[in-house]
Write a protein that binds this ligand. Structure first.
Ligand code: KE4
Length: 442
């Protein structure tokens, strides 16, 4: 065992005891499947606290965190301004079920950053945002079909669970039981980056497609950037067919710059969904778009959507405190520079170890695919050697580096990561990849 491993690998006795208790009362011991580490083996982590770029498990092990609560913690854990905002609001009350000024404060911050969103509705999860946007699209167009992309993930609402990424890809669930066939049949799946496939689907369902929903940068099959003009092509096809374009920015919203990734891709969706970062680590998500569309939602229109904790003041304060920090000059440039150094370093270590892999990356998002060929869609991504990915995950975790516990997820760099963290990560990657390369069994 290397010096790095010996120092960091402290027996996770207390974590194991806690997880064993958890398995008795929580399904699989978790509240979201990917946390069970089923795809990577070993025991799931039990985290006691986080600070900056680090997590600390129940046995006191320090872990450098590249999951960042699946992208939400772009400012790192226990960010002082967010923590103070939550504490202060908690003393004033956590939920009233009546409108507060905080809701429009956060809405105004988002709309200032994303001006093509004229009106917004807050909800409590990304799934609620995407399912509501699809319901609105179906209500406005009076059409039933939606089109999504294989390997993309838009949350766990029934219409999204066929050929989906993230936890379904991780567990190999292509079609989810419990979704009525009649409903599943209304979801069309096309390979990501395949505009010809989209044209064919529209031709076969002329006048029947309510909306296309897309991750503008796919991150739930692992990171797969859009091909040049893919998004512009979707914009043109949906407009030509009288369908809506829903761009799901639950991950990309405020991820690559202080606003929407659509600015960088030269498109404007009819409806945009947001989540994760806009809540500062507290449950906030949203959908929004032109007022003429959004005004079809109750109470102004007949498309119904509601939520007990929607716009919750505690969550709004956390979101405001987060977004107020994202306008800090150089924040995104510094994250991107660190991410670039990590990505180039990983590519070099993989090549030195003679391991066939692709590192897809854009901004502070990256994924190592353990496959020789390029990864441009879900079929390519599924060619990856998931066993080798699992071994790399465990080798890195033993060295105190926590990567996504799945081939089909993204690695996130936050504003809390430092240059020294990147150095440490690349040192651990060198040891890990050399160990894998020397082990012909993997
Ligand atoms: P939630 O319902 O999990 O808040 O958001 C659903 C969602 C919608 N759209 C996109 C693009 C998303 O990435 C997500 C959720 N992302 C996953 C991680 N890839 C959440 C992690 C989990 O399921 O535990």
């Amino acid at each position: 065992m290397s010096a790095t491993q010996a120092k960091l690998k402290r027996e996770r006795k207390r974590s194991r005891e806690i997880f064993e208790r958890a398995e008795k009362v929580l399904v699989g011991g978790v509240n979201s499947p990917v946390r069970a580490f089923r795809a990577v083996g070993g025991e799931p982590l039990i985290i006691e606290r986080g600070n900056g770029a680090n997590l600390y498990d129940a046995d006191g092990n320090e872990l450098l965190d590249y999951v960042c609560s699946w992208g939400a913690m772009i400012l790192g854990h226990a960010n002082p301004a967010i923590s103070e905002a939550i504490a202060e609001q908690a003393r004033r009350g956590t939920s009233f079920g009546v409108t507060t000024e905080l809701e429009l404060e956060l809405a105004e911050l988002i709309i200032k950053a994303i001006p093509f969103i004229e009106k917004i509705r807050f909800v409590s999860s990304g799934t609620e945002a995407t399912m509501s946007a699809v319901r609105l699209a179906r209500g406005v167009t009076k059409r039933d079909f939606i089109l999504k992309f294989e390997g993309c993930y838009h949350g766990h609402a029934d219409s999204f669970l066929s050929q989906a990424g993230s936890g379904l890809a991780t567990l190999g669930i292509a079609e989810c039981p419990g979704v009525p066939q009649a409903l599943a049949a209304l979801t069309l799946n096309v390979p990501y980056n395949d505009l010809g496939g989209v044209e064919n689907a529209f031709a076969q369902h002329k006048g029947k497609v309510a909306a296309v929903i897309v991750e503008p940068i796919a991150a739930n099959m692992g990171v797969v950037p859009p091909a040049t003009d893919f998004l512009k092509g979707l914009r043109e096809i949906t407009r030509r067919n009288g369908s809506l374009l829903i761009v799901d920015e639950v991950i990309t919203g405020f991820r690559l710059h202080n606003g929407s990734v659509q600015d960088l891709l030269g498109i404007e969706a009819d409806l945009t969904t947001l989540g994760k970062i806009i809540g500062g680590g507290v449950p906030v998500a949203a959908y929004g778009g032109r007022a003429e569309l959004m005004d079809n939602v109750a109470p102004l229109g007949p498309v119904y959507q509601a939520g007990t904790l929607a716009g919750n003041p505690l969550a709004m304060r956390a979101g405001i405190a987060a977004l107020e920090q994202l306008s800090k000059p150089d924040l995104y440039d510094e994250m991107t520079q660190l991410a670039r150094r990590l990505v180039f370093g990983l590519r070099s270590e993989l090549a030195d170890a003679g391991i066939a892999a692709q590192v897809n990356a854009i901004g502070s998002l990256a994924t190592i695919f353990f496959t020789a060929g390029p990864v441009r869609n879900y079929t390519d991504a599924k060619r990856s050697d998931t066993k080798r990915c699992a071994r790399f995950f465990r080798e890195m975790l033993d060295r105190g580096i926590f990567l996504a516990p799945s081939q089909f997820e993204a690695t996130f760099i936050s504003a809390a990561h430092t240059s020294a963290d990147i150095d440490r990560t690349l040192a651990a990657a060198h040891e890990s990849l050399q160990a894998i390369s020397a082990d012909s069994a993997v």
